[in-house]
Design a protein around this ligand. Structure first.
Ligand code: UDP
Length: 435
């Protein structure tokens, strides 16, 4: 039985340090999906671009998971917008590698449009079926980013081609599905909605005061947390302006923590968006209220989420958005933009609050509402925790993905007897921990 899966993620390696411009949700998604699929019994090879000369070509990363580095252009980090010309070399190397393996791949799961292009070429030569998770769609990105989008227009034709040729497509949320259909004429019958997830072993409430003590934060400030990659489309300027509005309109001084960036110290040289935001903070006259922390390691993030009174995220568009899940998992209420996946993971008024993007006054108003109504905050928090444990763990995501692979003709690996008995007796959280 072919139970070997090839995941292709040309720019987003599961081994990368996350939080900078080009390493974020996709890296986490590929890493978590692979680990949870391996927990279900699949053998997995993750193909990614060789960026670091000190890494070997094959890394035996976890039990049943290898990361295979393929040469595609110079062995160095390059912005993802510059990688398309190297995809023929990536494809050639992948095919050579696959032919040298004793066991054939049963299925390819491509992540991002360039990996999908590779998968389509591999299918032509080796007849391996493939599915794609785009993580972001070029036409949607172009509409929201305009000239800020540095991908070549060729991306659109590539996406159209792979959408036709793929055996199956994954949409991250209902909006992603609608976009695949309306912008690309994708066949609805080929699309399954499978979101991203969170890992309950990593993200859980640790207690606000304990978290604040550990992070050396003031015990009695109202803390607003913004956490993620620091790029213009995340709309962090909108959050800064909302903090200013809370001060000017409502007379409330809050603390805004901005976590993320290329380095562990806030550095405008390596993260230019930090420089732009710092100027805005000065302009709004709230420098004493805003702290840029720089990037933080994942093992610290639950403390940041738990320390905050509210987590905000107001991007212009968001194919999924893992950070709201992480915040909810830590018991922190979310105010998010009514875009993409956020309107799927946050149910307005039930498990969090939604606002239009680019409307700082609307954001300030919702934060003010939470400050005024602690009972509402508690209710949102409790309902969000229940819902995301039910619907959005990585184990759920892996199980839905395995179901899709099965529909595509790849049988599920037989579980070991001991795993079967465990699966029957554990709660969703425990299941996720056992995977
Ligand atoms: N992240 C991190 N350290 C940081 C900032 C962000 O580990 O300093 C992680 C964050 O926890 C989340 C991911 O980066 O898991 C961002 O994913 P999301 O889907 O929210 O956004 P994307 O990067 O896909 O735009």
């Amino acid at each position: 039985m072919k139970r070997t899966l090839a995941l292709i993620s040309e720019h987003a390696s599961p081994l990368a340090v996350v939080g900078g411009v080009d390493a974020g949700g996709q890296n986490i998604a590929v890493a978590e999906l692979a680990q949870h699929l391996a927990g279900l019994g699949y053998k997995i090879d993750i193909f990614t671009r060789w960026e670091h000369p000190h890494l070997p070509q094959i890394v035996a990363w976890k039990s049943n998971i290898r990361v295979i580095h393929l040469k595609a252009g110079p062995i160095q980090c390059l912005p993802k917008e510059q990688l398309l010309p190297f995809m023929p070399e990536f494809t050639e190397n992948l095919i050579r590698f696959a032919r040298s393996e004793s066991q054939p791949y049963g299925l390819i799961h491509a992540h991002f449009f360039m990996s999908a292009l590779v998968a389509a070429e591999v299918k032509k030569k080796l007849h391996i079926p493939f599915t794609v998770t785009f993580h972001a769609l070029g036409k949607v990105r172009r509409i929201s980013q305009g000239d800020g989008d540095k991908f070549p227009a060729e991306r659109f034709t590539i996406e159209e081609r792979v959408i036709r040729e793929a055996d199956h497509l994954v949409a991250l949320c209902p909006q992603d599905r609608d976009d695949l259909i309306s912008f690309y004429d994708a066949d609805p019958a080929k699309i399954t909605i499978i979101g991203n997830g969170f890992n309950p072993q990593e993200f859980y409430p640790v207690g606000k005061m304990l978290a604040r003590t550990l992070l050396k934060l003031e015990p009695d400030e109202f803390i607003i947390l913004q956490l993620g990659r620091i790029v213009p489309r995340k709309g962090i300027d909108n959050v800064v302006q909302a903090v200013s509005c809370l001060k000017k309109k409502y007379g409330i001084k809050t603390r805004l923590l901005i976590v993320g960036g290329e380095s562990e110290l806030p550095d405008p040289a390596s993260t230019p968006e930090i420089g732009r935001l710092q100027k805005l903070v000065e302009l709004e006259d709230i420098a004493d209220q805003v702290t840029f922390t720089g990037r933080r390691d994942r093992n610290l993030l639950r403390y940041y989420y738990s320390a905050a009174d509210v987590f905000v995220t107001t991007p212009w568009y968001e194919p999924f958005g893992i950070t709201p899940l992480e915040a909810m998992a830590c018991g922190t209420p979310v105010v998010g933009a009514r875009v993409g996946g956020i309107q799927h993971t946050v149910i307005d008024g039930q498990t969090g609050l939604l606002v239009p993007p680019k409307k700082p006054e609307a954001l300030a108003e919702k934060i003010h509402l939470l400050i005024q109504h602690p009972r509402l905050t508690n209710a949102l928090r409790a309902r969000a925790l229940r819902r995301i444990h039910r619907e959005f763990t990585w184990l759920n995501v892996a199980q839905q993905t395995a179901e899709m692979y099965e529909k595509m003709g790849m049988p599920r690996p037989a579980q070991l007897g001991v795993e079967k008995s465990l699966l029957g007796s554990l709660s969703p959280t425990q299941l996720s921990r056992s995977a």
